[in-house]
Ligand binder design. Structure first.
Ligand code: FAD
Ligand code: NA7
Length: 531
């Protein structure tokens, strides 16, 4: 194509991952890099998810980059968790502080990326009609980024306004309106709790109830902030050696090794303190691996639902009966929301949605729930959702869809056989953790590998098929040591009809993952071939 511009590296995505990748490659290696994002601003997840109530479930002090000590000292830690506007403004500040913006091209979607085996370059096309070539391609497309709007008959006839939480514009007016929410995952529970006091009437369409514990958000004291800032070196060391990387030490005590009374006290303390990952991993070491321990946690939460929700029938509908083995939720008063007179819960498993009508949502019992606004909190085509939307081709024109025909895979979460010089941040089978420290681990490792390739004047680096198959098996084996695969959720691709239900994460934790990364590097990038 005429006017094709050449770069050393192309990065797709300007969230936590893409921005740090740009900084590493441009500022430390002097490479000519351009980041493309289809969004109108930087921030990734936090640019798109502007729905009311959007809040991190990672505590503020570890939902950030760790690599700049000054930035850490300057960080405004005011509350225990961070809201979407706070995270977005932090990431915007990062873009300005390190002068990243001149190399980030917004409002530009990448539509195709083909590896040319003659030139050993990636040929990249955008929806703005531009063409680029680059030696390296880094995809930081986000793992919870491709929104899922379920195909429900009649949506196009709806005369009210409909929105997905993951693509939420500024200035949405819902005060006093009749609003419906489909979905009760992390996002649904947040948006429901936030809008219930303001809307005229709220109808929640719940397919699966979820276990949720209080988030425990609130202002932090100056002493807390001083303590965090004084100890950041130790904090990051602990986080990067831990399992879930949420800034606490995981328990080593099994739930059944203590008395019933002690177990209840531990759960109660965690409930009072707040935090979903804390409840699952700081209380006992085997909630996610042992059915009896898991049942104890379930019973505790079900008991709380019964206590909180006044109407017994609503309480019953809100009580999950399956394993507590999805991404653990936490909320700001979710169950109590159902005590409000303007909130109704419709169980769409027992009484499925038939269609969306011009006036609202019709369920099997014949009721037409009239609505002015319908909110889809129906989640994401997680992990590979954005990959399969791009025409990505490696050697011999092999598409990423063909590469992943048995399910998305990778070597070390970052590379694929047949796709030379392409690296993924948060690709399939990366760690299941608080994400910024995992993103950093991957970005730093990828940057080091790129540096090595360039320093040795090599043309390509590429994972071997055997290495990729080995890593896939490792991730599969680890996941099946836990209870997580037994619950249907986006973590295993179970939330999208027709999507391959398989293992999408490395579930042994960040500490173990970082050791694996180091081992591969120390063995001269074992599992990769160079040309
Ligand atoms: P993203 O931030 O998702 O950025 C990917 C970018 O790629 C997007 O801006 C997108 O526009 C762009 N893109 C995709 N395809 C293309 C294309 N073809 N062309 C151009 N651009 C493209 N994680 C936690 O660890 N803790 C939390 O508390 C937490 N809370 C969350 C709450 C919500 C509501 C959501 C949705 C996610 C949450 N996450 C949380 C996960 C969160 O996505 C990550 O923590 C992190 O922000 C991911 O950063 P990223 O740079 O990898 O991807
Ligand atoms: P989730 O966790 O995938 O939740 C989506 C919700 O939407 C969940 O309750 C689904 O029910 C429901 N859903 C999805 N499709 C339908 C249809 N067709 N009908 C009715 N209900 C439906 O997404 P979230 O955005 O909440 O959270 C994802 C992650 O992003 C989260 O961990 C945070 O880190 C941010 P189901 O359970 O499938 O029966």
């Amino acid at each position: 194509m005429k006017n094709t511009k050449h770069l050393d590296a192309i990065v797709i995505g300007a969230g936590f991952g893409g921005m740090y990748m740009l900084k590493k490659l441009r500022d430390e290696q002097g490479l000519k890099v351009r980041v493309f994002d289809k969004a109108g601003g930087v921030g990734g997840t936090w640019y798109w998810n502007r729905y009311p109530g959007a809040l991190s479930d990672t505590e503020t002090f570890v939902y950030c980059y760790s690599w700049d000590k000054e930035l850490l000292q300057e960080m405004h830690i005011t509350t225990r968790y961070v809201t979407q506007p706070q995270i977005l403004s932090y990431l915007e500040h990062v873009a300005d502080r390190y002068n990243l913006r001149p190399d980030i091209q917004l409002n530009t979607g990448v539509t195709a990326a083909h590896f040319n085996e003659t030139t050993n370059l990636w040929e990249v096309k955008t929806d703005t009609g531009e063409a680029y070539t680059a030696k390296f391609l880094v995809t930081a497309l986000g793992l919870l980024s491709a929104t899922n709007v379920p195909k429900i008959k009649g949506l196009d006839t709806f005369q009210g306004e409909w929105l997905h939480t993951g693509n939420w514009p500024e200035g949405v007016q819902y005060d006093g309106k009749r609003v419906g929410v489909i979905g009760t995952g992390s996002t649904g529970t947040q948006v429901i709790t936030a809008i219930a006091p303001k809307v005229g009437h709220l109808t929640v369409f719940q397919r699966s109830p979820q276990y949720s514990v209080p988030v425990g958000n609130g202002p932090v004291t100056p002493e807390y902030v001083a303590e965090v800032k004084k100890n950041y070196d130790e904090i990051w060391e602990q986080v990067k050696g831990s399992v879930v990387a949420f800034g606490f030490k995981e328990s080593t005590v099994s739930a059944m090794s203590v008395s019933e009374e002690e177990r209840q006290a531990v759960f109660q303390k965690a409930w009072d303190n707040g935090g979903g990952f804390r409840f699952m991993f700081e209380t006992f070491c085997d909630i996610a691996t042992d059915e009896r321990a898991n049942k104890a946690a379930q019973d505790f939460i079900r008991g709380k639902i019964a206590e909180i929700v006044k109407d017994p029938e609503t309480a019953r509908k809100l009580m999950p009966q399956d394993l507590y083995a999805k991404r653990p939720l936490c909320d700001s008063g979710y169950y109590a929301t159902y005590n409000r007179p303007n909130v109704d819960l419709v169980d769409v498993k027992a009484n499925p949605i038939v269609e969306i009508t011009p006036k609202g949502v019709k369920t099997t019992d014949g009721v037409e729930h009239e609505l002015d606004m319908l909110i889809f909190a129906t989640g994401f085509d997680a992990v590979d959702g954005n990959y399969t939307k791009i025409d990505i081709r490696g050697r011999n024109g092999l598409t990423i869809q063909e590469q992943w025909k048995s399910g998305p895979s990778s070597y070390m979460g970052v590379a694929n056989a047949n796709f030379p010089n392409m690296f993924m941040v948060l690709g399939p089978n990366g760690p299941f953790t608080n994400l910024p420290p995992s993103i950093e681990s991957q970005v730093e490792w990828i940057a080091a590998l790129i540096k090595d390739v360039n320093a040795k004047d090599l043309k390509t680096v590429e994972a071997t098929t055997e290495a990729e198959a080995g890593w896939t098996k490792t991730c599969h084996d680890i996941a099946h040591m836990t209870l997580f695969p037994k619950a249907d959720s986006w973590i295993f691709g179970a939330n999208i009809p027709g999507k391959t239900n398989t293992v999408y994460f490395y579930m042994a934790g960040l500490g173990a993952y970082r050791q694996e990364l180091s081992a591969v590097q120390n063995k001269g990038y074992e599992g990769f071939v160079f040309q």
